[in-house]
Design a protein. Sequence first.
Length: 209
Amino acid sequence: MGKFQVISHPLIQHKLSILRRKTTSTKDFRELVDEIAMLMGYEVLRDLPLEDVEIETPITKTTQKQLAGKKLAIVPILRAGIGMVDGFLSLVPAAKVGHIGMYRDEETLQPVEYLVKLPEDIDQRQIFVVDPMLATGGSAILAVDSLKKRGAANIKFVCLVSAPEGVKALQEAHPDIDIYTATLDEKLNEHGYIVPGLGDAGDRLFGTK
C-alpha cells in the first residue's frame, strides 16, 4: 500500500485556514494555493534520489551530493490543478508539465476526460498528480488510470484538502500510489462537496461561478 501522509506544518495549517474563508479574494486564494503547494512540495520531494559529485570549494576539492537527475513531471488535473503547478516548479524548475482535463457529467456525476497532453517519456518519469481537492476520488482515479495506460509507474498524488471517502476510493483503485494532503476533512456532503472544505477550488482560483 502506498503511503498516506497529512503534511501538517504550522505554516500550511495557517495558510489553509485563510484559504478556507469565504471572504478570501480570488487574488489571495490563488497566491495561497501557490504557497501551500510549494510548502507541500518541499516535503513531497523528500525522497528524490541523490548522487555524489566532485566539486571544488574556495578551500579544497570535495565530494558532495546533487539530485540524481531523475526526471520529474507535474501533472495537474484541469482546471483547478493548474493553481498548484508553479509552487512545485519553483522547487524543481526543470520538471516537465503534463495536463489532464476533466469535467463532471451533470447527470451521472462521473468525471469525463477531455484532454490528455503529457511529456513523451512519461513512462520514465516520477509523476506528481496535483489537484486541490480529493473529494469523491473519481477524477484522481481516472487521471491515474490515464497515466498508467501510457506506461507511467511512479506516481504520487498531491492535494490540499481531502475527504475520507476520496482517500479510500483512490487507495482501493490504486493501492500503489502515495497520497499527500494538507488536511483530511470530515466528510462529503450530499452534493459531493468536502465538509468543511473550501467550496469549488476552480471557481475560487479563477473567479468564475
